[in-house]
Structures are given as structure tokens and as C-alpha cells.
Design a protein around this ligand. Structure first.
Ligand code: ASP
Ligand code: MG
Length: 412
């Protein structure tokens, strides 16, 4: 008898009918002889609705009260699912984050799980019950309710799988797996049979919404066998694992893209020892998240520094820079909005030189101008005009052979 953690996302539990459907999937697994821990999200868009209710009252709700509010969404689902299972004659118990022993650091709205006391769930499992746990929430040592950041139910599921030493963790969602890129934008996008933890982590951090980045981090650290699959269609999903089998060794395995990027250039700053650190600690102290950074030393005296931010932060960033102009000693600020970021990800880059060069050539052949670049061992990101984004993704998808992956496809 094995132990399986199954997570169902918001769409999969979006109506009473769907909750009954989830109950049936859980029962199939139980009938296979496995013990099951189920983690669920709030129904449909209910977390968004809770957020919008709060914004009808205040522009700046306290993080504590937001956590109190948002954690209710998952509580609705766990109880309804427990009822659906009980109705079919199965013993099931719903558990909130604290009842399940999920402890987090003392930080509201984006807490990390710090400790999981698995005995609370194991006890129910030993009694033959199906445990149904509210995703996305935990409790601090001071009994404050916290949430794990939007999309955080994935992280709950993987953390439980790690702590309970489960045989596997299945993330059931509204897509059939992890795709080479967003199939809503590129019709040729293909489902991957497998992808490595590191590749998935890059894609998740680059905004591929299919998995919460911290869930992938957890899975990697604890070597959790993780799959992403559809809750509606009976179809093999995508395995996320340490190493991906040789026959699928594509150099590039995925493409991510995002819009609303702004490039800011701080011009003619003195080229001294502490210039860079002053600039970026000032931005960080004002909660401005910087992505790509490029430094150009123009002569021995002066330097130009460019960085990218989310466009939403433009006005705030300009204010912070202006306020600190005399201390930072730059001459002028230039900026460019209406940009996007397009990235290619693949572990194969480590051993194949020339991938970045190939990417730049594909783009330049299309007359697409690259404004910024950043790389990691397994990723190349480029900043381009927003109007070039979709074209760039399409041509790169084709050029790196991602349209030709042979996996059994079901047209959704
Ligand atoms: N319900 C939360 C959200 O919508 C958490 C989750 O679904 O993973 O972000
Ligand atoms: Mg999600």
C-alpha cells in the first residue's frame, strides 16, 4: 500500500459537480490500494473575489486580515469534498493548515513553510481515513494564520508529500501537463513527457503559471516524484524529475514570456567602488524588484547602469531615484516602457555551446531588436519590444524544434 498526495486546483473544484468528480478520482486511487492525502485550492475564482471584496473597503488592507480572509476560500472546498466522499461511504476528514500541522515563518501573505508536524495527518491515515487538507495556508508559532502566496496550494501539496514520505505527488489542474510554451499563444506548443526540476524552476520563476516556484524548489530539495496532469481528461501528465531521459534530450525544453517590462538607465554615475551597491540597496529598501542588470563603463570616471523592472513600478522607481539623486550622483535617468521578456530554458545548454548565439540569430533574422540580455546556466532571457513578443516566441519555438516533440497529444 502506497501513499499518494493529490492536489486539485481552483478550476478542478470550481463547482459542486466538479467537487463530486474530484471525489471520484480520489476514490479510484483509494480503490487501487493507496492511502490518499488530498490538497485543494479555493473553488474557481473565489480567492480573486475575496481580494476584490477587500479592495471595496480599503486600498491598503493589513496583511494579517488579508490572510484571515483569503484562507477561508480553501476551507469551503475541504469541507465540501469531505462531504462528497462521506456521501459515497468513504471516511474522510477535512483539515485546515493548522489542524494539518503546517507551520510557517511569521510573515503574512507570502509565508514559507518552516515546519510540518506530520503526526497530525498520519494519525488520520492510520485510522483509514482520507485526509483533505486546505492548501495555501499555515499557522505561525504564535497561532497566527498565514498564507503562502498566490498559487501556494501546490507548495502545500509538495511539502506534505515530502514530510509524509509519499510515493508521489500528483498536481491535477485544468491543463494536461507542462507545455513547451503557453498553448493559448502558440498553437504548436507541445506537452512535455518530462522536465527536470531545474528547468521547471526556471520556467516557474519566469511566470509559467502551471506550478508555484516554491513547490518546485521543495520537490527538488526533497526529491519528490511530482507530476502535473489534467483533472478532467484521462491522460498521462508531465513528470518533473531530477534527470530527464536521453531520448528527450532537447537543448531547449521550454519558452517563457511576459509583457509589461520597463528598462531604466541611470546615466553617468561616478564609477566608484560603492556606486552599484548604493543604487541597488536604495531600490531594494523601497521594495523595487529589479530583474536584469547591465553595467556599461563608459570611461574610467563614469558608468551607465540599466536595469529592468515591472512597468507597474515605473512611477515609484522614478520617484525613488529622483529623491536620491544627490546621494547617488547620477546625471540623468532614461527609460523605455512597452517592452517584454522572452526566455528559452533547457539543461542541454550546459553542454551545448552556441545556444544564445542561435537565439540571437533567429531573432535578428526576423528583424527583432534585442535590448537587454541575461543568462543563467540553463536559461537565456532577452528583452524586446512588446510588439515583437509573440512573433519572437513563435520563431524560437520553431527554431529549437519544440513543435516536433513526439508525445501523444489530445486536442483540448
Ligand atoms: N487559492 C489560492 C490562489 O488562488 C491558492 C491556490 O490556488 O494555490 O492563489
Ligand atoms: Mg495554481
Amino acid at each position: 500500500m502506497g501513499l499518494v498526495v493529490q492536489k486539485f486546483g481552483g478550476t478542478s473544484v470550481g463547482s459542486i459537480e466538479r467537487i463530486k468528480n474530484v471525489a471520484n478520482r480520489v476514490i479510484d486511487t483509494v480503490q487501487n490500494g493507496d492511502k490518499v492525502v488530498v490538497v485543494v485550492s479555493a473553488m474557481g475564482k473565489s480567492t480573486d473575489q475575496l481580494v476584490s471584496m477587500a479592495s471595496g473597503i480599503t486600498k491598503k488592507p493589513s496583511n494579517r486580515e488579508m490572510d484571515m480572509l483569503l484562507s477561508t476560500g480553501e476551507q469551503v472546498t475541504i469541507s465540501l469534498l469531505a462531504m462528497a466522499l462521506q456521501e459515497q461511504g468513504y471516511e474522510a476528514v477535512s483539515l485546515t493548515g493548522w489542524q494539518a500541522g503546517i507551520y510557517t515563518e511569521a510573515c503574512h501573505s507570502n509565508a514559507r513553510i518552516s515546519n510540518f508536524q506530520e503526526k497530525k495527518i498520519s494519525k488520520h491515515l492510520a485510522e483509514g481515513k482520507i485526509a483533505i487538507v486546505a492548501g495555501f495556508q499555515g499557522v505561525t508559532n504564535d497561532n497566527e494564520i498565514t498564507t503562502l502566496g498566490r498559487g501556494g496550494s501546490d507548495t502545500t501539496a509538495v511539502a506534505l508529500a515530502a514530510g509524509l514520505n509519499a510515493d508521489r505527488c500528483d498536481i491535477f489542474t485544468d491543463v494536461t501537463g507542462v507545455f513547451t510554451t503557453d498553448p493559448r499563444v502558440v498553437k504548436e506548443a507541445r506537452k512535455l513527457n518530462s522536465i527536470s526540476y531545474d528547468e521547471m524552476l526556471e520556467l516557474a520563476n519566469l511566470g509559467a503559471g502551471v506550478l508555484h516556484p516554491r513547490a518546485v524548489e521543495f520537490a527538488k530539495n526533497y526529491q519528490v516524484k511530482l507530476t502535473v496532469r489534467s483533472s478532467m481528461v484521462e491522460e498521462e501528465g508531465t513528470m518533473i524529475e531530477e534527470e530527464v531521459s536521453v531520448e528527450e534530450n532537447l537543448v531547449v525544453r521550454g519558452l517563457a514570456f511576459e509583457s509589461n517590462v520597463t528598462k531604466i538607465s541611470v546615466c553617468n554615475m561616478p564609477n566608484n567602488l560603492s556606486g552599484l551597491s548604493n543604487l541597488f540597496t536604495t531600490l531594494a529598501a523601497n521594495n523595487i524588484n529589479v530583474d536584469i542588470i547591465i553595467q556599461n563603463v563608459s570611461d574610467s570616471e563614469n558608468t551607465n547602469i540599466s536595469f529592468s523592472i515591472h512597468s507597474e513600478k515605473l512611477a515609484e522607481t522614478l520617484d525613488v531615484l529622483e529623491e536620491n539623486k544627490s546621494e547617488l550622483q547620477f546625471e540623468e535617468i532614461r527609460y523605455e516602457t512597452g517592452l517584454s521578456k522572452v526566455s528559452i530554458v533547457g539543461s542541454g545548454m550546459i553542454s551545448n555551446p552556441g545556444v544564445a548565439g542561435q537565439m540571437f540569430k533567429v531573432l535578428s533574422d526576423q528583424g527583432i531588436f534585442i535590448k537587454m540580455v541575461s543568462t543563467s546556466e540553463i536559461k537565456v532571457s532577452t528583452v524586446l519590444d512588446q510588439s515583437d513578443m509573440v512573433k519572437a516566441v513563435e520563431v524560437l519555438h520553431e527554431a529549437f524544434d519544440l513543435s516536433n516533440i513526439k508525445t501523444p497529444q489530445v486536442n483540448a
